[in-house]
Design a protein around this ligand. Structure first.
Ligand code: XLS
Ligand code: CA
Ligand code: CA
Length: 451
């Protein structure tokens, strides 16, 4: 199937390639901190952060919400046009934008790239045609794929779940769709494949068999992992936790819940996680907590850096703008050895009043600068060794004779009972120094500069 491209105009005419201009610049269309090729902590900044533009919020969504229509100036979504031609124009706009921004990666759902067809076969053919076209744009611009994913939540057939549907034909449909998108992701050299289960949950327990749904979800993930090996996809399979929205309760609640699920079903070692800042907030955690927990449990994969709003309880998906929050997150990433297949996706959308095309540029330049400055602060904090020295000393007694014997299983509860009685043990609290450590972090955030 060939894709009619039509005449492709320039969609971001006032925007040249976005350049690094340094911290003193007040040019809103230049980076103040993100200097892609400059080396920090052993590798170029771009390779540390592996930042990605998301196709859906930036190029598909037109600014509609549940109360009102789209507000954005997005000529490539103009109604009445042939849907494949519109998809080709949208793709041209996306790659023009990413190339001008200098974003090294992007992420997509199948339905973002290609309009669904009347049958599954037609949907597949349409996606294949647009993937061919994307390969041309990727070759031309050098933009790579951080991850692909299948949209298993928009179509009405998924209303009661995809893998966790009460109907095995829906499971089969979801499996077929994932097989196709995993193959497309493989063809595009994707570094990861993501599964986010917005409909994998329940609206009421009155009609839900929790035991069956968990077993179905586990079987689905095993099928995805088997298929990855069958087709030779070398990227990582990532699950993205989120506690709710659109479902009242989603099974992939948070990092700890998903990590337990993976172990329970023999999927640990095969599946890692994609962590979103806003989903952490919805789960009642900080983003720092989710990333630190994933690192501690060995399941850290990639991150979606879009944040929520402290004053409301839904998924506002705003562009990141807190250097301090991102510093703590990147500190954990660096401490865990840095990203391997993962990176930083901006699964973020503009506010509905940010109607101009330029607003997309400002949002991304600001977000990339926030992450860049946070990376410099996180590197400085890690290289100073200040937090690690404190943490090391705080637990040092666990490497002594008593701590080691307890952990090795060499002391029973009765042994410890006797020890405390006989030696009259009376440990004294040691200061946790929280306020001091917070000042350490702030000092590195304040002072972080390009060397
Ligand atoms: C929605 C999710 C979604 C995933 C990809 O809240 O964040 O966008 O990242 O399906
Ligand atoms: Ca989100
Ligand atoms: Ca996300």
């Amino acid at each position: 199937m060939s894709v009619p491209e039509g005449d492709v105009p320039e969609f971001f005419p006032g925007v040249g390639p976005v350049r690094y201009a340094g911290p003193d610049s007040d040019d809103p269309l230049a980076f103040r901190w993100y200097d892609a090729d400059r080396v920090v902590a052993g590798k170029p900044m771009a390779e540390h952060l592996r930042m990605a533009v998301c196709y859906w919020h930036s190029f598909v969504w037109a600014g509609a919400d549940v109360f009102g229509a789209g507000t954005f100036d997005r000529p490539w979504t103009a109604p009445g046009r042939d849907p494949m031609e519109a998809a080709a124009q949208k793709m041209a706009a996306a790659f023009e934008f990413m190339a001008k921004l200098g974003a090294p990666y992007f992420c997509f759902h199948d339905r973002d790239l290609a309009p669904p067809g009347a049958t599954f076969a037609e949907s597949c053919a349409r996606l294949d045609a647009l993937v061919d076209q994307a390969l041309g744009h990727m070759e031309r611009t050098g933009v790579r794929l951080l991850w692909g994913t299948a949209n298993l939540f928009s179509h009405p057939r998924f209303a009661a779940g995809a893998a966790t549907s009460p109907d095995p034909e829906v499971f089969a449909h979801a499996a077929a769709q994932v097989a196709h998108v995993l193959e497309a992701t493989h063809r595009m050299g994707g570094a990861n494949y993501v599964l986010w289960g917005g409909r994998e949950g329940y609206e009421t327990l009155l009609n839900t068999d929790l035991r069956r749904e968990e077993a179905q979800l586990a079987r689905f993930l095993h099928l995805v992992v088997e298929h990855k090996y069958r087709i030779g996809f070398e990227g990582a399979i990532l699950v993205e936790p989120k506690p709710a929205e659109p479902a009242k309760h989603q099974y992939d609640h948070d990092v700890a819940t998903v990590a337990g699920f993976l172990v329970r079903h023999g999927l640990d070692g095969e599946v890692r996680l994609n962590l979103e800042a806003n989903h952490a907030t919805l789960a009642g955690h900080s983003f720092h907590h989710e990333v630190a927990t994933a690192a501690a449990l060995g399941v850290l994969g990639s991150i979606d850096a879009n944040r929520g709003d402290a004053q409301n309880g839904w998924d506002t998906d705003q562009f990141p703008n807190s250097v301090e929050e991102c510093t703590l997150v990147l500190y954990e990433v660096l401490r865990a050895g840095g990203f391997t297949t993962g990176g930083v996706n901006f699964d973020a959308r503009l506010r509905r009043q940010s109607v101009d095309r330029d607003d997309l540029v400002h949002a991304h330049v600001g977000a990339m600068d926030t992450l860049a400055r946070a990376l410099l602060a996180a590197v400085s904090l890690l290289e100073s060794g200040e937090l690690e020295a404190f943490r090391h000393d705080r637990y040092a007694a666990w490497d002594g004779p008593l701590g080691a014997a307890i952990l090795d299983g060499g002391r029973s509860l009765a042994d410890l009972h006797r020890l405390v009685l006989d030696d009259d043990l009376d440990p004294r609290p040691a200061s946790g120094r929280q306020e001091l450590l917070e000042r350490v972090v702030n000092r590195h955030v304040e002072q972080a500069r390009w060397p």
